[in-house]
Write a new protein. Sequence first.
Length: 285
Amino acid sequence: MATTFLEFISGLFGWVYFILWSLSFYPQSMLNYTRRSTSGTTVDFPLINCLGFTAYAVSNAALYYSPLIRAQYAARYKGLTPTVQFNDITFALNGIVMSIITTSQYFFPRVWGFTPSKGNKPSRFILGIFFGCIVGVIVVIFVVLGSPERDSAQGSIHSWVWLDVVYAISYVKLVVTIIKYSPQVLINYHNKSTQGWSIVQILLDFGGGILSIAQQGIDSYLQGDWSGITGNPVKFALGNVSMMYDSIFMWQHYLLYHDAEGKTDENDSLLGGSLDEERQERRID
């Protein structure tokens, strides 16, 4: 009875966090469209997200669908199965689509009818991480190709196998999550404002992180082994790292820059002044 209830709660948490995290992709692109501007934000965040969620989708799909990868996982982790759920895959796919759409608002502002603004070009730091991650995965692929036991389930215990390539791809998502928020934190600090950066997406992301970790904990408890977390460290880290950054953004928005003069509304524009100034000019005219 208790097991059935926990399985139900795990499934419920999974779909609720999937909904929260999936919805969190929409507020920023909608806010950009409403303001007809991407000012106050940087393309670094959605651009690196394109890479991160592609890696997350590929690694989750392999752990969920591939018989070979699942067999190698079971051999390495005492016969257990990966704690990847179908909603993890659909979440990642939704993330790819929305990240591409949001990135296009920075690279093609005139197509969207936006006023071009600063932050439309990716930083060298983000580009370095972007291509560095790709090179890292390629190196692991060549290492695995050189392993004679790469296609063996039992070989995963003591040798390089295709499961390690899946892990390398999944760690791309972890690296992306660790660094992707940093440029926006610095932009907010520089502007002394969170204006243009949607706090709604942060609140949704924070709620999703709590439920994601809770679901993984329940699944590991039901398996009677915490390798459900150690065997899928990226999913566990995603929730924790995201909540850490979410806390910083909430602190900036609600406490640190709450009373910033002329920048109290995230819908205001940072291009040449606030919307209040624009409205005043219209009244004078």
